[in-house]
Write a protein that binds this ligand. Structure first.
Ligand code: GRF
Length: 235
């Protein structure tokens, strides 16, 4: 796995008040995750499997879908996770849409919001800066297969058309651009002769299954300023 952790996050502000009683997710308690999706929910399924195996100290508290028929909602229901549909078309603009999503998540007090195949723009207000991650099925930034309209097999078709011999996946912090936020971690896979978008996509997704949990672990551990710190010894 090619690692890219350590992007400059210096401008991020703490969103939890620090004090004697603070405990850190991943150390004192599971990381509270809220998952946003629009489709099949394979990423959610993988996270739930990894958590169940004890390989990620986290909990998925709520799932929000932008699509009422998304299979990801069935995955949430089967796992007994509260789930909601919030459709973009029911709101006047992206800001109002984002506000509705944050309102729905607020009761669950998420440590991290994870985009897991979420195909709508999520405006990031200051309070959530640095606390939303996305996974993209290509190497960012250099692949160029990113931005509006680049999702699913379109990404892999673009990689094949470019003649690249390596592809992969990228976990990045979500900012107010499309697929532009600081990279947390990447995984590389080879592009093989005879690959189709589907075969490359299968190989990339297999890499994503290890990448996203590892990126979450590392990101939470690397950013005590975002997730609260234990105040000991007068610190
Ligand atoms: C993955 O390829 C991921 O990189 C992208 O969405 C795909 C997963 O969608 N963001 P899903 O979990 O199968 O719905």
């Amino acid at each position: 796995m090619a690692a890219g952790i350590g992007s400059d996050q210096g401008s991020l502000r703490p969103s939890h008040a620090l004090g004697e009683d603070d405990d850190r997710p991943g150390e004192g308690r599971p990381v509270g995750l809220s998952v946003l999706l629009s489709g099949t929910g394979r990423t959610l399924e993988n996270l739930l499997r990894v958590i169940a195996r004890g390989e990620l100290d986290a909990r998925v508290d709520v799932v929000v879908s932008s699509v009422a028929e998304a299979r990801g909602l069935e995955v949430a229901a089967r796992a007994g996770i509260p789930h909601h549909t919030i459709r973009r078309r029911d709101f006047a603009d992206d800001v109002a849409y984002g506000a509705a999503i944050y309102d729905a998540l607020a009761p669950y007090e998420p440590d991290l919001i994870l985009l897991a195949g979420f195909l709508r723009r999520l405006v990031v207000p200051p309070a959530w800066e640095g606390r939303i991650l996305n996974i993209h099925p290509a190497l960012l930034p250099e692949s160029g297969a990113a931005g509006r309209g680049f999702y699913g097999e379109r990404v892999h078709a673009a990689i094949l058309a470019s003649g690249a011999t390596t592809s992969g996946a990228t976990v990045h912090v979500v900012d107010n651009g499309y697929d532009t936020g600081p990279v947390v971690l990447r995984a590389e896979v080879p592009v093989l002769p005879g690959d189709t978008p589907a075969t490359l996509g299968t190989r990339v997704f297999a890499a994503e299954c290890a990448l996203y949990p590892e990126a979450i672990r590392r990101y939470v551990a690397a950013h005590p300023e975002l997730f609260g710190v234990r105040m000991r010894d007068g610190r």
